[in-house]
Design a protein. Sequence first.
Length: 407
Amino acid sequence: MLSEQSAATVRATLPAVGAAIGEITERFYAGLFAAHPELLRDLFNRGNQAAGTQRQALAGSIAAFATRLVRTAPQDSEGRVASRPQDRPDAMLTRIAHKHASLGIAPGQYEVVHQHLFAAIAEVLGEAVTPEVAAAWDEVYWLMANALIAIERRLYEESGGDVWREWEVVERVRETEDVVTFGLRPVDGAPVRDFRAGQYVSVRAQLPDGARQIRQYSLSGAPGADVRRISVKRVPGGATTPEGEVSNHLHARVREGSVLELSEPYGDLVLDDAPGTPLLLASAGIGVTPIVAMLAHLAATGHDAPVTVVHADRSPADHALRTDHEAYAAKLPDASVHLWYEREAPAHARTGLADLSDVPVAPGTRAYLCGPLPFMRAVRAQLIEKGVAPADVHYEVFGPDLWLAHA
Ligand SMILES: Cc1cc2nc3c(=O)[nH]c(=O)nc-3n(C[C@H](O)[C@H](O)[C@H](O)COP(=O)(O)OP(=O)(O)OC[C@H]3O[C@@H](n4cnc5c(N)ncnc54)[C@H](O)[C@@H]3O)c2cc1C
Ligand code: HEM
């Protein structure tokens, strides 16, 4: 519940905070990591920190939360601004909470973030931060933090409370030149908890310099199997960028018999496959991983409504999990497959980038997208043009979600 006075103050200061939020979050992270270097070494993704993407995600989410809170919040009979669940950017909170839960974020850490965030706000905005302004933004912070803490608590309860468990690599399959699938089983022999198709796990890797860096990988095997599978694409270095730390570490050093630390499965891009619902599953490149798990699930349950499968890749040889992708689709009673390759397209595929203009899309279709942002933007726009409801287009971003806050 945001008080009326705070709502007015937040509304009045939003432009100034919005304009300075990049600088605020930069100082916030500098202060946080100076006081707690272990957070940068063992919790935050130091590649994202170096590239600046996580900073943008945090800033974007707070600005979006505050904007929607003061823009839509109706007043109650006492003149206070009610913060009803439907007035919150719930999709954004759910996505962040799933990511946090996969990292093992604890409620007490919100105090630490609060301390450094508000110190940064005071530093950047100076005298503009009157006690009234500080109190108003404090309310916004804790509304958001408490909403996240509540979702995270529920997620931890559902997943049994353990954050990290050791898993042994029981199979290692080279899918393409730069993608490897790892099959994993719990070291303690405990049963493998089921996951919902589309979810991911966090992998915590011990790197040669002693840091423990965490990354997320979608589960690419069939739900219900007693081996958990992830398929990892090696991120190469560029002219000015280093090669990806964890993906290269997994490719270079992790073999059958190696042990990895994995979180329980999390993620809100999960398939809603109510009987009779037409589905469209669109992927590009390594974005195929959650889509293959979805197709495996649909093949196992015999989903009989139309399923449109769309995939774009550089070439058939680069198309990871291609055999599974096509085989699961072939098992469905009413599936159509549309493939695009930039080169070496076989007869049943097309050459070039994905273009859905002549792909029939059944009314009431629910769509699931995973791939690079330009691909997802283009597919989403074409689907909406074809009459798919924006609320029925779901997607996963393989990095900090910079799309959501601006959607
Ligand atoms: C929900 C989710 C699911 C995912 N599923 C999969 C999956 O199924 N398969 C898969 O392969 N990946 C998946 N990912 C991506 C994965 O989590 C990692 O992001 C990916 O493996 C790269 O990690 P890395 O440690 O190798 O690269 P990082 O070291 O994190 O580097 C990432 C990028 O940042 C750049 N960078 C690093 N340092 C700097 C610097 N100093 N200056 C400028 N740029 C820099 C790198 O060059 C690189 O391009 C998923 C991500 C999410 C969020
Ligand atoms: C209200 C407070 C918070 C907000 C608004 C917030 C917001 C976010 C957002 C938007 C993301 C990116 C999600 C995505 O799209 O992938 C994220 C990720 C993350 N958050 Fe938070 N967060 C908060 C509190 C915390 C706390 C208390 C911690 C623990 C110290 C924390 C640690 C992380 C980490 C480690 C990541 C992943 C970083 C990465 O992969 O680069 N967050 N958070």
